[in-house]
Design a protein around this ligand. Sequence first.
Ligand code: BEZ
Length: 304
Amino acid sequence: MELRHLRYFVAVAEEKNFTRAAARLHIAQPPLSRQIQQLEQTLGVALFEKGSRPLRLTEAGQFFLTHARPLLEQVRDLKAMTQRVGQRQRNLSLGFVASTLYGELPDIVRHFRERHPEVDVTLHEMTTVEQIKALKEGRIDVGFGRLKSEDPSIRRILLREERMVVALFPGHRLAGGTGGVRLTELVHEKLLVYPKAPRPSFADQVLAMFSDANLRPDAVAEVRELQIAMGLVAAGQGIAIVPESVQAMHHRNVVYRRVDDKHAFSPILFSVRHMDHSQELENLLASVHTIYEELGIPHVKESL
Ligand code: BEZ
């Protein structure tokens, strides 16, 4: 069985018609029919119900389609990813979620640039979900994100678990206290979560934190991005739960308190294409560890 058979089969199954599938594949209909017959002979089962118009898949055909589609997608991704690895000479393209700009990202990039001035570094703000897509399409080489999404083409390395804090308007009843705030004290507040799209996102991480603690906020408002959430907090329109590094974004009308809960942590993940062991990535990871060690930040030390 060749990849060609999978491509042909998926086209026929999606078009439910040999003529349309042949046109989509830019081949004539007789060779397409022969290839499908060959495939059915190799598998020893019928994939389409005989004589059906429009074409209907058998149970085996449906099963084959479900598995063939992701295989073809992986082949497409493999092409783009390999081209990127081959073309990447002296540049490294980084995707990052906005909140990491307030954490160690600037120091890490500066450290890397000083040691490797020959490498051209470009930075692109994008959500974790967008980073996975961009890695697979060869648009970035590494993503700094926060969501533990599963994808067989992507390798994720946990860098550290960052504590969450709650951002409050200074006049808020909880703003004056010292020490941490418990999640139970926050459930009756209007909770601002971001980003609204694409999902899943940091918004879902915050909501999961409540559900993991068997709590449900009374009111949730989804907003486009971190900066909007913080502006609305400053305007007294709600509270927001953010990683503690966001405190570096000094806002005149926002105060922060630590959230005391075992679930109140957000991971920082280094995502790369599986098996991409390039020297640039090794060097970037080394810069991350150096900065953590210089600043005394607890972290996980895993290599590529
Ligand atoms: C951090 O804040 O730990 C971090 C941010 C971006 C890249 C790597 C680490």
